[in-house]
Design a protein around this ligand. Structure first.
Ligand SMILES: Cc1ncc(COP(=O)(O)O)c(C=O)c1O
Length: 349
C-alpha cells in the first residue's frame, strides 16, 4: 500500500537527476567563496528574482532569520502578519537571537495585511517607542491556505513601508508556486521588496536549502550573519547542485500540484463531516475542518492506519499539501481513504 503523505511538500525526495548532479558536483570551500556550484546557484537565484545577489542557506528559517538580523538592530520592532510563519514556526528566533519585537497585524484570508493596519502599527517618533525598521510579508501564505499576494498589492504595501523609511522582507518559501499561479516570473512579484527568501526543499524537491536574495551590499552583510548563525558551509556544492536542478527543471510542474490541490478540495467538499476552510484554493495547500462531533485524533489515527497523512492544525483544522510525489490517482485514493475514515467515525458516533 502506498503511503499518501499530504502533510507537506517538504516530504519530497530529490529526483534521480538531482542525485546525479550532487554526485558529480564541482566543489570548493564556500566560506572562502570558492565553491563554484554554490556560486552558480547563487547567481541563478539572484537572476530569477531580479536581485543583485543571493546567499545559499540551510533552511527557510535560517534565511528569514538572517534577513531579519541584516535589516534590524537589537531593540527594533518589525511588523508582520498574525499568521506569519516567522511569527508562528521559527522558534521566536527573531526575538531570541535578533532582539527585535514582533508587532503583528491581522492577516486577511488572502494572506494580506491591511494598509491602514500597517500604517497604524508603524511607530512614530516618540521617546517611548521602539523603532520600526522592517515589514515582513509572506507569499504564498502558508497559514492562509497557500494564498497568493499579487504584484499590485505587494507594490502598494512596499510603497507604504518605504515612504516611512521601512524595509520589506518577503518570506517567499513558496514564491514559485505564487509565480506559477499568477503566470508571471517571480521577479515581477518580488520587484518591490528589499529582500526575498525562497526554499529549494519544498515543492521544488531539493533535499536541503533556501536562498536569500537582495542588493549586493545587503547580501554581503547577510553573509556575515549567516556565518554568525553557524551557517557557513564548506563543500556545500554537493547540496547546491540539487538546488540548481530544482531551479532549472522543477518550477513549471508546480502547476500539476495546484491542479491536484483543486481536485482534492473538490473531493473533500463531497465528504460528509468535512468542510473546506478557505474560499479558494490558489496553489498547493488545502485547509479543511473536520466536523466538531468527530475526534481529530481518531481521524488522524484512522488515516494513518489506512496509509494517508495530513497535517494537524489547531483543534479540528487540518492541512493537506500536494507535491511531486502525489499523482492525480493518489488524490482520488486519498479521498477514498478519508471518506472511509469519516464514515467509520460517524457510524460509531
Ligand atoms: C512560509 C514558510 N516560510 C519559511 C519556512 C521555513 O522553512 P524551513 O522548514 O526550510 O526552515 C516554511 C516551512 O514550511 C514556510 O512554509
Amino acid at each position: 500500500m502506498k503511503i499518501i503523505d499530504l502533510r507537506s511538500d517538504t516530504v519530497t525526495y530529490p529526483t534521480p537527476e538531482m542525485r546525479k548532479a550532487m554526485f558529480e558536483a564541482e566543489v570548493g570551500d564556500d566560506v572562502y567563496g570558492e565553491d563554484p556550484t554554490v556560486n552558480r546557484l547563487e547567481s541563478l537565484a539572484a537572476k530569477k528574482m531580479g536581485k543583485e545577489a543571493a546567499l545559499f542557506t540551510v533552511s527557510g528559517t535560517m534565511s528569514n532569520l538572517t534577513a531579519v538580523l541584516t535589516h534590524t538592530r537589537h531593540g527594533d520592532e518589525i511588523i508582520l502578519g498574525s499568521e506569519a510563519h516567522i511569527f508562528w514556526y521559527e522558534v521566536g528566533g527573531a526575538a531570541a537571537l535578533g532582539g527585535v519585537m514582533m508587532h503583528t497585524v491581522p492577516n486577511d484570508e488572502k494572506g494580506r495585511l491591511g494598509l491602514q493596519d500597517v500604517e497604524q502599527a508603524i511607530r512614530g517618533k516618540n521617546i517611548h517607542y521602539p523603532v520600526t525598521t522592517l515589514l515582513c510579508l509572506e507569499n504564498t501564505h502558508n497559514r492562509c491556505g497557500g494564498a497568493v499576494l499579487t504584484p499590485e498589492y505587494t507594490r502598494e504595501i512596499c510603497e507604504l513601508a518605504h515612504d516611512h523609511g521601512i524595509k520589506v522582507h518577503l518570506d517567499g518559501a513558496r514564491i514559485f508556486n505564487a509565480a506559477v499561479a499568477l503566470g508571471v516570473p517571480p521577479s515581477t512579484i518580488v520587484k518591490d521588496v528589499d529582500s526575498v527568501s525562497f526554499c529549494l526543499s519544498k515543492g521544488l524537491s531539493a533535499p536541503v536549502g533556501s536562498v536569500l536574495c537582495g542588493s549586493k551590499e545587503y547580501i554581503e552583510r547577510a553573509r556575515k550573519f549567516r556565518k554568525m548563525l553557524g551557517g557557513g558551509m564548506r563543500q556545500a556544492g554537493v547540496i547546491a547542485a540539487a538546488g540548481i536542478v530544482a531551479l532549472e527543471t522543477m518550477i513549471d510542474r508546480l502547476a500539476d500540484d495546484h491542479a491536484n490541490a483543486k481536485r482534492l478540495a473538490r473531493g473533500l467538499k463531497q465528504i460528509n463531516g468535512i468542510k473546506i476552510a478557505q474560499k479558494t484554493v490558489e496553489t498547493n495547500i488545502v485547509m479543511f475542518d473536520l466536523s466538531p462531533e468527530l475526534s481529530a485524533s481518531e481521524f488522524v489515527d484512522g488515516l494513518n492506519k489506512k496509509g494517508a497523512k495530513v497535517g494537524s492544525r489547531v483543534g479540528n483544522l487540518f492541512r493537506a499539501v500536494t507535491h511531486r510525489m502525489i499523482s492525480k490517482k493518489d488524490i482520488d485514493e486519498a479521498l477514498e481513504r478519508i471518506q472511509s475514515v469519516c464514515q467509520k467515525l460517524q457510524n460509531r458516533g
